[in-house]
Structures are given as C-alpha cells and as structure tokens.
Ligand binder design. Structure first.
Ligand code: FES
Length: 110
C-alpha cells in the first residue's frame, strides 16, 4: 500500500546555487540540502554516529564526509560508505516545484 506524498515548501530554488548547500529547519527537522548539478538531496543535518552537523562536511560527488570523525555517507541513500556497522543518515524525498524546493517530511527514510 502506498501513501500520497505531502510536499512542504522549504525555500526558493535560487537559494541553492549549482553544487551549493543550504540548511533549513522545518517542523522540528533540521535539514541539510545539497544541489549537485540538476539533483537536489535532502538529509537530516545530524550524523548518526554522534550528531555532528553534516551541512558543513566535505562533499565529493554525492558523498558527504562528516566533519567530526570522517564517516562518509551517500546523499541519495543515506547509507554509509565502507564498514560502518549499518549507520545511515535520514534522507528526505525532495523536489523542485514552481521554483521552490519542497520536502516530504513523512517520507523520510533511515
Ligand atoms: S559525528 Fe559524524 S562521524 Fe562521528
């Protein structure tokens, strides 16, 4: 059974420049957004290891590296790279609609 997605407006598309990043708070969620070419990724801005902010991490392709201890996560799946014991960062469905960036908070994974 599938449920309808509930898109919530987050920010203007132009706030995310190409390969840019942004931080936003929405309904108790702290979200880091990354624009990589034509794709936008939204993840929880809290590393599942010890809670560090991922918004300021080093970005290589679609991999974000936590600035605290260096764990690396795939922005699309939230999964950790390498041997990480199954740690994964929460990811949110995200879309661009009418010049706005929207997320589905209820559709978060991980
Ligand atoms: S808090 Fe992110 S790797 Fe430790």
């Amino acid at each position: 059974m599938s449920t309808a997605q509930a898109w919530t407006d987050l920010l203007a598309e132009h706030d995310l420049t190409e390969r840019g990043r942004c931080f936003a708070r929405l309904d108790g969620h702290e979200i880091a957004l990354f624009r990589i070419e034509d794709a936008v990724h939204a993840i929880a801005d809290s590393c599942p290891h010890a809670g560090a902010s991922l918004a300021r991490g080093a970005l290589k392709g679609t991999t974000i590296q936590c600035p605290a201890h260096g764990l690396r996560f795939d922005l699309a799946s939230g999964c950790i790279h390498g041997a990480g014991g199954g740690l994964a960062v929460r990811t949110y469905p995200v879309r661009i609609h009418a010049g706005r960036v929207e997320v589905d908070l209820g559709g978060a994974v991980n």
